[in-house]
Design a protein around this ligand. Structure first.
Ligand SMILES: O=C(CO)[C@H](O)[C@H](O)COP(=O)(O)O
Ligand SMILES: [Fe+2]
Length: 224
């Protein structure tokens, strides 16, 4: 079994002191920084862009930065985020006219590539691009906002994608994003996820380490 990764979504961090808050969550045991990019076009919210990613790198963040693009179109942002220090770039298939080209662009930029599926988005886009994927991200909320409730039908979708990954033979992480908490993370992992994005569950609590430790204890129940 591959190691589970916990990726706090900085959507719920304190933007007025972002560098310190990212350091704090990494020191608390987080593996990856999940960076939500929203454009008020593909989703009805507006967040942060490549300058903030570069600022985190300049501040000294060395952990992987997982850029979740909720923007349309995507190609220009792929190039800009790769230059700004992104490690992983994921985007939604609805947001590009040329799925394969956008994935190739990410790989050519030296980043890991991923596709993101909204709760209502079917999986057929995976059919011809599995060889170009490092990550498949299933949204367990509709994208645009933190603090929403986990949509239970995601569990079946996770099981379905897990089978597709296994059948493909490729080394692809299965990430889940939205409403992940201490009390549902084990069930989500049992359905096949191995990378967990959690924003409000971590940043809305005073002690990040306590939440991350609790998540790892829940995950350890599956590993034993
Ligand atoms: O992509 C996102 C929203 O579109 C966020 O990553 C996600 O919602 C995380 O927040 P929370 O854990 O609070 O649900
Ligand atoms: Fe996200």
């Amino acid at each position: 079994m591959r190691p589970f990764l916990i990726a706090p979504s900085i959507l719920s961090a304190d933007f007025a002191r972002l560098g310190e808050d990212v350091d704090a969550v990494l020191n608390a045991g987080a593996d990856v920084v999940h960076f939500d990019v929203m454009d008020n076009h593909y989703v009805p919210n507006l967040t942060i862009g490549p300058m903030v990613c570069k600022a985190l790198r300049d501040y000294g963040v060395t952990a992987e930065i997982d850029v979740h693009l909720m923007v349309k179109p995507v190609d220009r942002m792929i190039v800009d985020f790769a230059k700004a220090g992104a490690s992983i770039i994921t985007f939604h298939p609805e947001a590009t006219e040329h799925l394969d080209r956008s994935l190739q662009l990410i790989k050519e930029s030296g980043c890991k590539a991923g596709l993101v599926f909204n709760p209502g988005t079917p999986l057929h886009c995976l059919d011809h691009v599995m060889d170009k994927l490092d990550v498949i991200l299933l949204m367990s909320v509709n994208p645009g906002f933190g603090g929403q409730s986990f949509i239970p039908s995601t569990l079946d979708k996770l099981r379905q994608v897990k089978k597709l990954i296994e059948a493909s033979g490729y080394d692809i992480r299965l990430q889940v994003d939205g409403g992940v908490k201490v009390d549902n993370i084990a069930e989500i992992a049992a359905a096949g996820a191995d990378m967990f994005v959690a924003g409000s569950a971590i940043f809305n609590k005073p002690d990040y380490k306590e939440v991350i430790d609790d998540m790892r204890s829940e995950l350890a129940k599956l590993e034993s």
